[in-house]
Design a binder for this molecule. Sequence first.
Ligand code: FAD
Length: 449
Amino acid sequence: MATTPETLQALLAELSDLQPTTDPAALAAESRDYFWYSPILDEQLGDKRGELIVRPRTEAEVMRVAAAVAKHSVPLTIRGGGTGNYGQCVPLEGGVILDITGLNRVIEIEPGKVRCEAGILISALERAVKATGQALLMYPSTRDIATIGGFISGGYAGVGSIRHGILKDTGNVSLIRVVTVEAQPRVIELRDADIQKVHHAFGTNGIITELEVALAPAVAWLHHIMLFDSYAQCTAFGVACSKPEMDLFLLTSVDERFAQFYEVFGDRFPRGKHAMFAMVNPAVKADYEALGVAHGGAVSLCADDAELHALGLPPAYECAYNHTTLMALKVDRTYTYLQIAYPMPFDPQLVEKQMARYGDELFMHHEFSQQFGGYVVFALPLVQYFDRVRLYEIIAEFEADGCMVFDPHVYTIEDGGMKQIDHAQIDFKRLADPRGLMNPGKTRGWNAP
Ligand SMILES: Cc1cc2nc3c(=O)[nH]c(=O)nc-3n(C[C@H](O)[C@H](O)[C@H](O)COP(=O)(O)OP(=O)(O)OC[C@H]3O[C@@H](n4cnc5c(N)ncnc54)[C@H](O)[C@@H]3O)c2cc1C
């Protein structure tokens, strides 16, 4: 479905007041995301390019772009911060890239919720709500460069999930407003349970222009590290902390071999020690540390935002989720990673068994979280990449252990986390994108009419 030169010229003319560009350098940069974490995706997606970029600043301008692509039957890929890991905003079939970051206004902040445009950076949104004494319930570790709309469309959970669950949990996102891709685009507002029709749909069924997310009273979280002699002690401490009275915003364990990628912490995370990174409510600091000591831990850092800044150290949330993989890849690009959910109740001994099985082929990293009202443990282990066959052997072994693997080496929704076709999302796509122009190739559930 490559766009003809005539169609491209027509689009450039029709959208000229929005200053569309066909600059090759811009197209190369905005056709990529963080798919390069996967050598498999890097090979498959590295040469994919959009053909025109347009940057609307209002919903009315978004509707003009939607109408133009529908009129000319051109593929449309929406781009927020471009920090997705599975090529979510890579235009597989060329066409128009709609950069949504111009829609960046906060619309209304009320007690317990904020309504905003989809292209606002999460860190800017967090600053705005902080001014009212409130805070976002969760964010990815990429909050400084990712948009809130991209998080809802491509993300799953993040920093804050141990306190508030995952994005999909009831009440965390209460409204999504989308523009349809049709000759005469419409605006549809989805509320409460209906937002699931669009959440995590990789921009395949409507252009999100506005949304509303829940807020909680702000807490001055302490960035915290505890060190342990064994990884089993560290994860057992994680299990012991997984209870409501231990008020945490983040709880991330990494095995001692990550220390080589975290040199900035010096003796606060030396080789030979396994680390628990956390964001701790000052009100429970004493209980948290006592429990850690009871599990064999020792405190190596406890700092508020200002102290951390003075020490020149990164925040705890940049030592968590996929930022941990990034820290490693900055040093050594021969690693890749997996995304795993452990069977519950979580058993640290299973992790020990897996660590013995893989030796230096795999470094352990766990995220303690909540979802659907219960505590869960995810892992993002770092894997020394050999080849595709070996990677899928490892995946099969984790599955044989009872773990669920959310494959980060594929680019369709179903092959990664979803595992099955979400028919409610596909039904909504029939309304919002009847011609199948949005991010084509990313959902196996769609058969173009
Ligand atoms: C270092 C690192 C750490 C990460 N940590 C986390 C984490 O903790 N939790 C997590 O869930 N993810 C994480 N991610 C993945 C990603 O950063 C987040 O999901 C992020 O919120 C995506 O936002 P973005 O603006 O970059 O979206 P993009 O990458 O630009 O887009 C993501 C998807 O959403 C679609 N999209 C974007 N905006 C819209 C819109 N307005 N309407 C419709 N569709 C849209 C795009 O087409 C694409 O399919 C991480 C990634 C990296 C590289």
